[in-house]
Write a protein of this length. Structure first.
Length: 103
């Protein structure tokens, strides 16, 4: 939270010369205050949008990492299943051969 009024110069100084303008001082200050308030609200909205997008990006990054980890686990499980199948097939061949030669 920050204060928007009264309007202050960034350097904290006071203008030496009055600015050139074609509006009455009251209308000029009202217009400037309105523009300043609009800029502050727009800045807050942009900060909010940037924060929301950053949160979405973090969520998508975490989901991507989870997918990669799951894919790696599935590849390992596939490899183990193939090895077990090949071992079972070899044992069947060896058992069959022993039954033929010993039978």
């Amino acid at each position: 939270m920050r204060s928007v009024l009264p309007l202050a110069r960034p350097d904290g100084g006071v203008a030496a010369d009055a600015p050139l303008h074609h509006l009455a001082p009251g209308r000029l200050m009202a217009a400037l205050a309105s523009e300043y308030l609009f800029a502050e609200v727009a800045d807050a909205l942009m900060d909010s949008l940037a924060s929301e997008n950053a949160a979405r990006l973090r969520t998508m990054d975490a989901a991507s990492r989870n997918i990669d980890e799951k894919l790696e686990r599935l590849h390992r499980d596939e490899h183990v299943a193939r090895q077990e199948e090949m071992t079972a097939d070899m044992l069947d061949v060896v058992t069959g051969a022993e039954a033929i030669f010993n039978g």
